[in-house]
Write a protein that binds this ligand. Structure first.
Ligand code: NAP
Length: 477
């Protein structure tokens, strides 16, 4: 297991020798000690990326695809080891960790091929003696700051396209889940990605972030994390006019109409709400269910969430792991307490679950009826296994409630009426809409948000634009 930072293919410690403990969130056991680096090491990582840039960008897309494909293959070969490492630092059930490795791999594999389809253009000029040629070139050194909830996929979703476009990178993973990042760094070296193309620093997040934003060599910063930190980075990048992609928080509504296939809606709700113990940016955060189907849907949800197995992610069969840390638990508990105080009714769950030999960080899958707009859970991201449910009568009410949020990342709805499917999909003010689909994320689709969920798109051909500059040559004959 690699535990140090990666600069120019050298594994290094912090200049100061400072370290951070990495804990298993299920048990609080210390599983690794990693460097706590700051601005100086980040500067060196940026310099390494800048030094590697001229050579890497000169490779053809086909040449760059060779080590990228090899990296994707190595992720297949190391799948089990990577998944176990992820579960140990992040807590998610092993089955989900395996799924995340496959998902993470898909971004590398997709980008390796998509890089070959980055094309320029010729545009007819206004005069006979000119030609206009449009070139697409890598932006240069790109930085990535990633969160703990998807320790592999949030890196490869940026790294695949950035590298495929000819950019070099400095990656700052969360200090809570750095080991998955280091493991990717090891595999990148083994895959033959040249020294300096991928660099990884961990430590003092504000210091590293400030350097990544202020250093003029960094031409692009892609951030996935909270809206609060996204705002800080946008302010810090203003001086340098750093190009940004911001994949921020969400507060997904989940609408179930009377004409829905209730079984499909239930399985979509379970997938969307309880994956990663409710700690995903596209988790359903509030359910609106139409009168005619309300009783059946809510009874079904109660039955299904009651059968979920809570426990350590490493134990086979577990479906709900620990929350990431005590702050996460406090947030979940305070949202549920606030809802209860304001008249909400806990129909199932609503308390911690004791797991033998583990930290007190497991929360029961919870069904909360009668949530109202004044409750914090109605507007703040929960990041926990709590499903608040509310009735509605008319389609327009549901759409209005769904859009009544500062966030705009993902929204879901279930209906079998073709006209309604199009009407509601168009009306929802969200970047990702799951229409009869509780798991819409995939490497080829343009994932991203609107409003306070940020801007920029990751996935498919759309993400390539994030790492490319457009230049035109006006060519006089
Ligand atoms: P976070 O606190 O914003 O942290 C995200 C990353 O930013 C971590 O690497 C963190 O480092 C770093 N960071 C913290 N403060 C910073 C600063 N002042 N300057 C620079 N970097 C800083 O978010 P999180 O709690 O890890 O992740 C959960 C959030 O991510 C949720 O809001 C979720 O919705 C969002 N998310 C969004 C997407 C999406 O695609 N839209 C996907 C996944 C998650 P340390 O951890 O080392 O402190």
């Amino acid at each position: 297991m690699q535990t140090r930072n990666l600069i120019n293919n050298q594994w290094i410690d912090a200049d100061s020798g400072a370290t951070i403990d990495v804990l298993d969130p299920a048990t609080d056991e210390r599983i690794a000690v990693i460097p706590s680096c700051g601005a100086a090491e980040t500067r060196r990582a940026i310099e390494a990326a800048a030094a590697a840039l001229p050579e890497w960008r000169s490779w053809t897309a086909e040449e760059r695809a060779v080590p990228l494909r090899r990296l994707a293959q190595l992720m297949v070969e190391h799948r089990e080891r990577l998944a176990r490492l992820m579960t140990s630092e992040q807590g998610k059930p092993l089955s989900e960790a395996r799924g995340e490795i496959d998902y993470a791999r898909s971004f590398i594999a997709w980008a390796a091929e998509e890089g070959k389809r980055v094309c320029g253009e010729t545009i007819p000029a206004s005069t006979r003696d000119k030609r206009i040629l449009v070139l697409r070139q890598p932006v240069g050194v790109a930085a990535a700051i990633t969160p703990w909830n998807f320790p592999s996929a949030m890196i490869t979703r940026k790294m695949g396209p950035a590298l495929a476009c000819g950019c070099t990178m400095v990656i700052k993973p969360s200090e809570l889940t750095p080991l998955s990042a280091f493991a990717l760094g090891e595999l990148a070296i083994e895959a033959g990605i040249p020294a300096g193309v991928v660099n990884i620093v961990t430590g003092d997040a504000p210091a590293i972030g400030a350097e990544l934003c202020a250093n003029p060599t960094v031409r692009k910063l892609s951030f996935t994390g909270s809206t609060a930190v996204g705002r800080i980075l946008m302010r810090q990048g203003a001086e340098n006019l750093t190009r940004l992609s911001l994949e921020l928080g969400g507060h997904a509504p989940f609408l179930v109409f009377d004409d829905a296939d209730v079984e499909a809606a239930l399985s979509g709700a379970m997938a969307s709400k309880f994956r990663n113990t409710g700690q995903t940016c596209i988790c359903a955060n509030r359910f609106y269910v139409q009168d005619g189907i309300y009783d059946e849907f809510v009874a079904g949800l109660e039955a299904q969430l009651g059968s979920l197995r809570v426990g350590r992610g490493v134990d086979e069969g577990v479906q709900v792991g620990p929350l990431i840390n005590d702050a996460a638990m406090d947030k979940v508990e305070s949202q549920v307490a606030d809802a209860r105080d304001k008249g909400g009714r806990v129909r199932a769950g609503g308390a911690r679950v004791a797991v033998a030999g583990c930290a007190n960080r497991f929360y029961a899958p919870t069904l909360l009826e009668g949530f109202t707009r004044d409750m914090t859970i109605a507007t703040q991201e929960t990041f926990g296994p709590v499903a608040p449910v509310q009735r509605f009568t008319h389609e327009s009410q549901a759409i209005e409630a769904a859009n009544d949020s500062e966030f705009g990342l993902a929204a879901y709805f279930y209906s079998r009426d073709a006209s309604r499917l199009m009407r509601v999909a168009e009306a929802l003010e969200y970047g990702v809409v799951g229409a009869n689909d509780g798991a819409p994320s995939t490497a080829q689709a343009p994932f991203g948000g609107v409003k306070h969920s940020g801007f920029g798109r990751e996935g498919g051909r759309y993400v390539m634009h994030e790492y490319l500059e457009t230049k035109y040559v006006s060519w006089g004959l």
